[in-house]
Design a protein around this ligand. Structure first.
Ligand code: G6P
Length: 367
């Protein structure tokens, strides 16, 4: 099918703006919003007896896997390994008997991820694929497919596929927890409620587009940018940095905020903007104290948090973005949007080819 940009200047922007809709569609096939329950149909494995989950992917899909590790361990109490496909396939991974290997890929064709899938299948793992393209090779070869329903993604830099992957992974983590009885009925309802509110919260986040565009005008002058986050928002820091380097060609690094003092703090001066992803939640104070360490060394912070988080801290930041306050499980889904938009506007400001960045391909079918 032919896809056009509609009123948007780039496919990437169109796809960023589609997220409230497509995430809503994805969620509706994994949750029952009336009864606040997770719906997982016809699993070809029993989550109660899974010994270990191995999540394997490349690029942005790999960061979705990193978020899912926190969720599956926290809510379903299953040990989780996360691996980059090109690393996994060329070492000697020790797989558990009764393990589930999950391959996450927008295209379902990435060569390294596919090779890792074949290896796991041969090694007797139960193999599941989380893909956007239902007729893809991975979908055909996996024992079980979880579609993400994002619709065609044209921009080379992945956006809506990422948040749709996260939506499916969140539903799986909760669903596994319910079946394993590590989540009771009331927690399931709380989490499903939090997920079902994500599309409308995302729509609110998109209202900050203009403010992000202003911040991006500054960011466009930077040579290096740091992104910091903790917990499930640490992979969002990595994703923010990846998006920025992919499309604006500015060097950027994502770091676990607690690692700042083990190296990257040496880079900080007035010329290195630091994007701090700090939603309200159990790790908020810890992230803030890392931010203070950076500011004490002259760092210029762009702080992303909610109203309560910004109350006492927005003054010390160079700029801040106020996001809706949501359940901690929903924060990576929500905070993905401002980091996408920040990268997008920075790239537009620099005049790069946003939808077709140099040297990158939408689907990498070579090793
Ligand atoms: C390429 C794309 C990325 C994508 C990665 C993995 O590098 O440019 O946007 O995240 O491949 O692709 P996949 O289709 O396996 O998710």
């Amino acid at each position: 099918a032919l896809v056009d940009k509609g009123n948007h200047r780039h496919f990437m922007l169109k796809e960023i703006y589609e997220q409230p809709t497509v995430v809503g569609q994805t969620l509706s096939s994994y949750i029952d919003p009336l009864n606040l329950r997770i719906v997982l149909q016809d699993l070809c494995f029993d989550p109660k007896t899974i010994s270990r989950v191995t999540l394997i992917a490349c690029g942005t899909s790999y960061y979705a896997a990193m978020v899912a590790k926190y969720w599956i361990e926290h809510y379903a109490h299953i040990p989780v390994d996360v691996d980059i496909a090109s690393e996994f396939r060329y070492r000697a991974p020790v797989l558990s008997q009764g393990g589930l290997a999950v391959f996450i890929s927008q295209s379902g064709e990435t060569a390294d991820t596919l090779a890792a899938l074949r290896h796991c299948k041969q090694a007797g793992q139960t193999v599941a694929a989380i893909v956007n393209v239902p007729e893809s090779t991975m979908a055909r070869e996996a024992d079980m497919v979880f579609p993400i329903h994002a619709g065609p993604e044209i921009g080379v830099a992945s956006t809506k596929a990422f948040t749709c992957q996260l939506s499916v992974l969140a539903a799986l983590a909760i669903g596994f927890g319910v079946l394993r009885k590590t989540i009771d009925r009331s927690l399931e309802a709380t989490l499903v409620q939090a997920l079902s509110e994500v599309p409308s919260r995302m729509a609110e986040v998109l209202h900050h587009d203009e403010k992000l565009r202003d911040i991006a005008a500054d960011l466009a002058n930077a040579r290096d940018v740091l992104y910091l986050g903790r917990g499930t928002d640490y992979p969002i820091a990595l994703e923010g940095a990846l998006k920025l380097k992919e499309i604006s060609y500015i060097h950027a690094e994502g770091y676990a905020a607690g690692e700042l003092k083990h190296g990257p703090i040496a880079l900080i001066d007035q010329a290195v903007p630091i994007v701090v992803i700090a939603p309200m939640g159990p790790l908020f104070e810890k992230t803030v104290s890392n931010m203070e360490e950076a500011i004490a060394r002259g760092g210029k912070v762009i702080l992303m948090s909610c109203k309560d988080g910004l109350k006492n801290h927005s003054d010390m930041a160079m700029a801040s973005i106020e996001l809706p306050q949501v359940h901690p499980m929903a924060t990576p889904l929500l905070y993905a949007l401002p980091v996408q938009l920040l990268a997008y506007h920075t790239a537009v400001h620099k005049g790069t080819d946003v939808d077709q960045p140099r040297n990158l391909a939408k689907s990498v079918t070579v090793e």
